[in-house]
Structures are given as C-alpha cells and as structure tokens.
Design a binder for this molecule. Structure first.
Ligand code: MG
Length: 394
C-alpha cells in the first residue's frame, strides 16, 4: 500500500480534527502535508507541532506573522485566500472541511488542479454548482463525498458498479436520504416559537459544529443535502426522498430499478465517511466502532413533517428552480443561522427569512466564479435586511 498525501483545509474544525484522527491511526497510508484554517491560530499551531506538515495556511492574513513565529522550523506559512487555495492543491487528496460558502475557493482549487476532493463542504457545491461542475470535469478531478448520507449513497452505488470513479446511476430508481430528525422531531411549530440556542444545539445522535447542528434542527441540512445529492449523482429531484430515521444507523439508501434497496449501516461516527473519502477506493483498516447485532436493534423510519420543518421544501423549491436559487437559499440560511446563534432571530424565523429572501432571488446565470460570488453577496444583503426588519427575538 502506498502512502497518500493529504491536505486538510478547515483542519481545526470538527471534520478537520476527526480527519487527523483517521490519518494518525493509519500512518502508513496517510501523510498530512498541509493544514489550513481560517483564524484558529492556537489549534493550528498545536496541529503543526503534532504533524509537522510541509505547509500551514491561515485565511485571516493578519494572523500570519504570529503563525510564522510559532510553527516548527521548516514549515512554510501561507496566508489569505490564495494561501488556502495553495494548501488545497498541495496533496493528492484534499479534505474540504471549511464551514459554509467560504469553502468555494478550496473546492474549485482542488478540482481545477485535478485532485481528489474529500468534500465535507456541501455549500460550495450547492451555491457554485455550475462552476464546480465545470471544474469537476478536469482530468483527474474527483469528488468523494464525506457527508455521511452521500458517502452512504456512494457506497451503495458501488454495489451495482464496483470501484468505478463516477458511480453508475443508470440503475437507480430513487435516492433515499435519511435524516435523524434533529432535536425537535415530533414537535409542532406552535411548540417551537421560543426554543433556545442551547436546545437547538443539542443534537440527539451526531456531534458536529454549530452551523450544521442548527441546520439539522430545522431540516435545512437535509434540504441542502437533497440539492447536494442532485449535484453529486445527477438524479432528478422527483427521485430523491427524505426519510426520517432517528437512530442514525442507516446513513442513506439507494433503490434500484429492479426494486432492490441497498443501504449502508454503521454507527454515527464521521470518521468512517472521512476515512472512506480519504482512502477511496481502498477501505480503511481501522473501524470506528461497529454495530452489535448480538443485542436487539430497533431501526425506525417515518416521513418528515414538512409543515413544521419548512426549510426542507424551501430547499426542494430552490433546487428545482436551479440557477442562482440554491446559492440564495444557502446564503440566506447562513445569515439566518448566524442571527439565531447571536440571538437576533428566533428559531421559526430561520425558515421565514430564507423564504422571504428566496422570493427576491435574482435569477442571473451563474457562468463564472464572479457571478457566484455576486449572487452570494446579493442574497446576504437581502437576508440581513429581512432579519433587521423583523421584531427582535425574545
Ligand atoms: Mg449529512
């Protein structure tokens, strides 16, 4: 087995730190050569001391002098968006664990350089779909999804076309994206008017960063994942369903044209999909726990409550609309979630802000990176104004 070089962009976040776990458990297979973060200097320095990468990059350039002073001798230090993009192409496999739309330059740099992209940053694919899809056609470029549902679908598709670089979807009838349902599953909108940030951050099965945890509470995460699935696997929205599965054991399913359904099951631990994407097409030798079938297991499935969790259908609407709409949806959601975390917006307000912003979507063609950035900027301006006009959160 040869060693794969790995670059971690967003190395100090939830995905990045777990990717380091995976790499350190298998040093013969993985060598981390580049680390990059937006502004967590202390954690980045600690990681550099532990891993001795060839280069480290920090998005916030004002922190570069401090970083340069503190990293081990011989480590190259880069800064700003160019620094992050350089880190992204420094290895055979790039893990994009950046949070939100800020991950777009990393996704594009990795694909345009023909790298394998272990993609945890769904927002870049959703908001920048036309330019990302173009970059994806670069020889050598390949996306292996880290998002557990899409990683599950990727694994299920291998069952019908083993080890093909781009999975064969001609035999797919439907994709079934599973959702835990989040902390508010079973509750109605009338009970959710005054939920706190702490309640929304209390996810029942997954331990993740704050943005995605709030997205899980609204089902926007699942909505974004429906768009992500459409973009990754080219399946029409009418053939992508969401199934609530509170145990988070079945990570998604693929129904084939002959009626067979293939599912991927494992414990809810992100190190499996991270390692799968880093090591593909080989399987990791290190399990992060396995299901215990000697004890009783109860797996349940139910349809989502699309009325209470309005974000789900807003995402379907934006996805079907295409063009700039998915980017507007995602940008409005980032603004609304930030406002909720800062206690400037109530939980029910997240879906309302997203809907109102989407109503104002300017459907300009997204034929360049500049157009994608401009759509994101416009959507944020609209969403911020809508948040500001609302009565203040209780
Ligand atoms: Mg997911």
């Amino acid at each position: 087995m040869s060693t794969t070089t790995v670059s971690l962009v967003g190395s100090t976040g939830s995905i990045g730190t777990q990717a380091i776990d995976v790499a350190r458990a298998d040093p013969d297979r993985f060598r981390i050569v580049a680390l990059a973060a937006q502004r967590s200097v202390d954690r980045l320095c600690a990681q550099a001391e532990l891993l001795h990468p060839e280069l480290v990059a920090i998005g916030d350039a004002s922190l570069a002098p401090e970083l340069a002073r503190r990293v081990p001798a011989g480590t190259e230090v880069l800064a700003g968006p160019v620094g992050l993009a350089t880190a992204a192409v420094a290895a055979e496999v790039v893990v994009n664990g950046v949070v939100g739309f800020a991950g777009l330059p990393v996704t594009l740099a990795a694909l345009e350089a023909g790298r394998r992209l272990a993609l945890a940053n769904k927002e870049s694919l959703i908001a920048g779909a036309p330019v990302v899809q173009r970059a994806r056609r670069t020889p050598g470029a390949l996306i292996v999804p880290v998002d557990s549902e899409h990683c599950a679908i990727h694994q299920c598709l291998q069952a019908s076309a083993p080890k093909s670089a781009e999975p064969d979807t001609s035999v797919v009838a439907r994709l079934l994206v599973t959702a835990s349902g989040g902390p508010f599953r079973g509750r109605k909108a009338s009970e959710l008017g005054s939920v706190s940030v702490e309640e929304a951050l209390n996810h029942p099965t997954w331990n993740m960063g704050p943005k995605i945890t709030i997205d899980s509470s609204t089902l926007m995460n699942k909505g974004l994942e429906v768009i992500e699935a459409h973009e990754l696997f080219f399946i029409a929205y009418d053939r992508i369903d969401v199934v609530v599965h509170p145990q988070s054991i079945v990570h998604s399913m693929v129904e084939l044209v002959d009626g067979a359904t293939i599912a991927q099951l494992s414990l809810p631990d992100m190190r499996l999909p991270i390692g799968y994407a880093m090591g593909w097409p080989e399987r990791l030798g290190t399990p992060y726990g396995a299901l215990d079938w000697t004890t009783a297991q109860h797996l349940s499935f139910e349809p989502p409550d699309r009325t209470t969790f309005a974000c789900l259908d807003l995402a379907y609407r934006a996805g079907r609309q295409g063009g700039a709409a998915p980017g507007w949806l995602s940008a409005a959601n980032e603004v609304a979630v930030a406002a909720f975390l800062e206690r400037r917006l109530d939980w029910l307000g997240i879906a309302e802000v997203v809907e109102e912003t989407l109503d104002r979507c300017k459907d300009d063609p997204l034929d360049s990176v500049e157009a994608v950035l401009e759509a994101d900027r416009l959507a944020r301006v609209e969403a911020e104004a809508i948040v500001a006009r609302r009565p203040h959160a209780p």
